[in-house]
Design a protein around this ligand. Structure first.
Ligand SMILES: [Zn+2]
Length: 348
């Protein structure tokens, strides 16, 4: 267990949130009054590369440890929320093709939710990690009004994750694939330069949001184009994946190449939010990911640029807000816990 700043003991029954990542699990406890019992990351190794058996055991270990840490008797736990990277079905069956984190063949089509439920003997509620983060952003922002509001979240990382929340609940879809906002294709007019090739996404689509607004999109599409226009730029001498990671630092210093790239990203997210405005007309548009950890003036500029390129009607402008999502490293575990709490609350 990592060093942690503050730990409380439960005032009531609780749910546990478990966030499963490529290297670590992160765990939290949420009590029935809506209070999180830990204020920082509590991690253990996820061992996902060793296959399902080891990984489920590590999740069970994370569950036991977080109860010990918060002095929570197991009898107080009503449910466990679990999130993992996708793609997976709405009830936690990993894609039959596997995925980046679950590449071993034994993971393909593996029911991680069911396996954890069988292992710990408590109901387990599943969400993919982007949906869990979206749910946490929603509940944190709206508080007591969460169940009456709707929101859309775009989280810029290696890919572009996201989620759609309607009346406080994640829209998961028939196959569990709702809210895959990164793979929504957007109008490129006004986003790309005249001589810029249409960006391609790893999913096979051309011109979707992730092909532009993600670290992968920077390395694969945006940076190669912009470096041709700025051949003397210091990043021209770096391997492209390293250059992509360094770009944010240049953006914070208002480097023209970096500003051009991030402006294209912000415009792409604005186009996505314009589509969202016409689909679910949400009360809040959340923006999270690496850009939120950037210097305040830079992240505010990025958010403002997204807002400028989201075309809302006057009525929508009056009703909606644009918000940066903080605490993203804990958002998965916390969102998973919120989902579990919503599942069991009616009987409380
Ligand atoms: Zn895509």
């Amino acid at each position: 267990m990592d060093q942690i700043d503050a730990v409380r003991t439960p005032a009531s029954w609780v749910v546990v949130g478990l966030d499963n990542g490529g290297t670590c699990n992160n765990a939290t406890v949420l009590d029935a009054t809506g209070q999180f019992l830990v204020d920082s990351l509590v991690e253990n190794p996820s061992l996902v590369t060793e296959g399902p058996e080891s990984a489920v055991e590590q999740l069970a270990e994370a569950f036991t440890s977080i109860l010990e840490l918060t002095s929570t008797p197991r009898t107080l736990v009503r449910a466990v929320g679990l999130d993992t990277p996708g793609p997976a079905s709405a009830d936690g069956v990993i894609s039959s093709k596997g995925s980046t984190n679950f590449s071993q063949v034994s993971w393909h089509g593996f029911d991680i939710r069911g396996a954890l439920q069988a292992r710990i003997g408590l109901p387990v509620v599943y969400n993919n990690d982007a949906n869990a983060a979206a749910l946490y952003a929603h509940h944190r922002h709206f508080g007591a009004e969460a169940m009456e509001r709707s929101s859309v979240a775009a989280i810029v990382g290696t890919g572009l994750g996201g989620g759609v929340v309607e009346l406080g609940k994640v829209v998961s879809g028939a196959a569990g694939m709702a809210g895959e906002l990164g793979h929504v294709q957007i109008p490129l007019h006004g986003v790309l330069e005249e001589d810029q090739p249409v960006p391609e996404c790893n999913c096979g689509f051309a011109g979707d949001v992730e092909s532009i607004a993600s670290l992968t999109g920077i390395a694969k599409n945006l940076l190669p184009y912009w470096l041709r226009r700025f051949p003397d730029h210091p990043l021209a001498g770096e391997p492209i994946s390293r250059a992509a990671k360094l770009l944010r630092g240049y953006g914070e210093k208002e480097d023209p190449l970096a500003v051009a790239v991030f402006e294209q990203q912000a415009k792409a997210i604005g186009k996505l939010f314009t589509i969202a405005a016409n689909f679910t007309d949400p009360a809040a548009y959340f923006l999270g990911g690496g850009v939120v950890e950037a210097a305040p003036h830079f992240r505010q500029w990025f958010l403002n640029t997204v807002r400028e390129h989201t075309q809302l009607r006057a009525e929508q402008q009056a009703a909606a807000t644009f918000v940066l999502v903080p605490d993203l490293d804990m958002a998965g575990a916390r969102g998973a816990a919120v989902a579990a709490l919503e599942t069991v609350r009616p009987v409380g």
